[in-house]
Ligand binder design. Structure first.
Ligand code: OOG
Ligand code: NI
Length: 471
């Protein structure tokens, strides 16, 4: 047995995310270019002002990434869940992508507590195929046959997961170097397909996502996204660097005070793939072809919204979509969206006082003595909180949004699929199936709203204790 010290999950997550990043940089050199663009822009913004960052440190920003994978079966999802659990990541929220014509639903694996997020907020958007939504029986049966046959986890990786379980969900320092390369294999690109060219073609014609999910030997990550502080500048820099950039930025329009997240990407690359002639993969018997799956994305993150804030966002988002529907010219569309979003306050204190925003509160104890509002007070009422903020005793900082937007996810997804795929390939009755995803996952997904509310609540509790007030 090993006698070295156990490695904390937060630390293992950082080691894994760095290893994944260097793997992806080798696989997709354009990702490296994107990271450089983002790093330059972030250092310019940080030099100009520290405001863009909210409460996040620049150390966090340097390592901050999200990836995305697409899985085929509940068994794959359950093992992926075990890998991410070792890295301190849990499944948060349910995302329905069927509304965008995709036979998929998703969750995001991420760390959940404040300290872990501050160390490394690495997250992975993880979609699962919903074969029951496919219209074609033949395509469904073929996809399931291929998925049943493939094994995206090595035997060694499965052994490491068992060892970690027996060590209380931790690996030891000298086990890490063995675990990481095995785990990376699951997410790496394998240029030899796990389906014949004919099978690949059959699935791709039914729905391009189906070929990507079912025809490969791994659950290749399809992008790894760094966080940028000024996405408008980064979008221009990507265009200037000659990248095939998506025409519009997904998410809320440009604002002084960023909310949720805004994303843009360069389009998926055409990559060479070799397909076996028949079920047995023999190196000499390969047909050359290609596949488009992997792309590069960047994102700007803003404040997490309360249920009320999110409702307003969703309402304005659909109104903007309706109003801009028939307009082709991007600049006119942007103007319409901006006009609709005028109804969303663009000021931290207005957002907070209207209950649209989650905040983390901190108390400057050096100011307690001079705080008039504290005189003869024993209870921490909402009125007192406001007075203390006005007096500068308490500071309110928006909490960073750590999750995804189903609408943006669908937009990113679609921009990377051929536009001519059959819309009818998925059942029109497709709907939200959270319990189906939870059943596949083997546990419930956590609610991001509850997590943000918890962070806000704990911060208020710390303030109350520091001020000697009863809540
Ligand atoms: C996932 C797309 C969603 C995001 O940032 O919203 C996503 C995929 O294409 O597999 O990564
Ligand atoms: Ni993404």
């Amino acid at each position: 047995g090993s006698c070295s010290a156990v490695v904390e999950q937060d630390h293992l997550r950082t080691i894994f995310a760095l290893a994944l990043s260097s793997m992806y940089r080798k696989e997709v050199p354009l990702y490296g270019d994107l990271v450089s663009i983002v790093r330059d822009i972030n250092s310019q913004v940080l030099f100009r002002t520290r405001l863009g960052l909210g409460s996040d440190s620049s150390e966090r920003l340097d390592v901050e990434r999200h990836g995305a994978i697409r899985l085929g079966t509940p068994a794959e999802l359950q093992t992926v869940r075990r890998i991410f659990a070792l890295l301190g990541m849990r499944a948060v929220d349910y995302y329905d992508l069927s509304v965008a014509g995709l036979p998929m639903h998703a969750t995001a694996f991420r760390s959940v507590d404040r300290e872990s997020l501050a160390r490394n907020p690495f997250r992975v958007f993880t979609t699962l195929l919903r074969p029951e939504l496919l219209d074609s029986d033949e395509a469904r049966m073929l996809a399931l046959k291929l998925l049943e046959r493939r094994q995206i986890f090595t035997e060694k990786l499965l052994e490491w997961l068992d060892i970690a379980d027996s060590q209380g969900g931790r690996l030891k320092a000298d086990q890490i170097e063995h675990f990481i390369p095995q785990a990376l294999l699951t997410f790496s690109w394998r240029p030899t397909a796990a389906a014949t060219y004919a099978e690949y073609e059959e699935l791709r014609e039914e729905h391009p996502i189906l070929a990507d999910v079912a025809c490969f030997q791994s659950a290749h990550i399809n992008h790894l996204t760094p966080r940028v502080l000024d996405i408008e500048a980064a979008h221009r820099a990507m265009q200037a660097a000659g990248m095939a950039v998506k025409s519009a930025i997904e998410g809320p329009p440009q604002r002084q005070h960023p909310i949720l997240l805004r994303q843009t990407s360069f389009l998926a690359l055409e990559e060479p793939v070799r397909f076996p002639y028949n079920d047995s993969i023999v190196a000499s018997d390969l047909v050359s072809g290609s596949h488009k799956a992997r792309f590069g994305e960047i994102e700007e993150r803003g404040a997490a919204l309360t249920a009320k804030g999110r409702q307003l966002y969703d309402e304005l988002q659909s109104a903007a979509l309706c109003a801009g529907q028939s307009i082709i010219e991007q600049s006119r569309r942007d103007a319409i969206v901006a006009a609709v979003f005028d109804r969303f306050p663009d000021d931290w204190s207005a957002l907070r006082s209207q209950g649209l925003l989650f905040c983390e509160y901190s108390c400057d104890t050096t100011r307690i003595k001079t705080a008039m509002s504290l005189e003869k007070k024993s209870h921490f009422t909402p009125e007192l909180l406001e007075a203390l903020i006005t007096e500068g005793v308490i500071q309110a900082r928006p909490i960073t949004y750590e999750d995804f937007l189903p609408f943006s996810a669908a937009g990113i997804f679609r921009s990377n699929l051929q536009s001519n795929f059959k819309q009818a390939a998925i059942q029109s009755l497709a709907r939200y199936d959270r319990s189906g995803l939870e059943c596949a996952l083997g546990c419930k997904v956590l609610s991001s709203e509850t997590l943000y509310a918890g962070i806000e609540e704990e911060s208020l509790e710390r303030c109350a204790v520091a001020l000697g007030l009863v809540r």
